[in-house]
Design a protein around this ligand. Structure first.
Ligand code: SF4
Length: 146
């Protein structure tokens, strides 16, 4: 079974209340077991919510508030839900399909923490959590046309 960023499946859970619906990701999942998760919503953040980026290992809103604890909690809750789904469907977690450039879900590419649009190598808190668990990470960019 797979863990999937809910916004890639069309859930309006991103910071402005929109989504990043991706039909190729949906197509990949159509014959597979999966759980759709939004760690930020799971942690109790509202939608819409303030935009955040990771700077020096902390999650900071554009207004400068440190909301790191919520992102840690979101990763834990996402993992708990995934373990429950795995037990329920009787399948190991094979991988995760995660949204790029997110302080929760980014897996390899992320904003640099200056809110300037600059991209650097980096992982969101939930993606980092999954990486440490040895889960294979993919992003929507793995499903683009060549
Ligand atoms: Fe939620 Fe992750 Fe999508 Fe952000 S990228 S809206 S945290 S599922």
């Amino acid at each position: 079974m797979y863990i999937v960023s809910a916004c890639l499946l069309g859930d309006n859970c991103n910071y402005w209340g929109g989504n990043y619906n991706n039909d190729k990701v949906k197509d990949f999942l159509k014959d597979k077991q999966y759980i759709s998760v939004c760690p930020e919503v799971m942690a109790g953040f509202s939608t819409p919510r303030e935009v955040t980026e990771i700077l020096n290992g902390r999650v900071i809103t554009k207004l400068g508030e440190d909301v790191t604890e919520g992102y840690i909690r979101g990763a834990q809750l996402m993992w708990q839900a995934a373990m429950e789904k795995s037990a329920e469907c009787g399948e190991e977690i094979e991988g995760a399909v995660l949204k790029t450039k997110s302080p929760s879900c980014a897996a390899g590419k992320n904003y640099d923490g200056t809110f300037s649009g600059k991209i650097i190598d980096g992982y969101g808190f939930s993606a980092e959590f999954l990486k440490k668990k040895g889960i294979r990470l993919m992003t929507e960019e793995d499903f683009q046309d060549d």
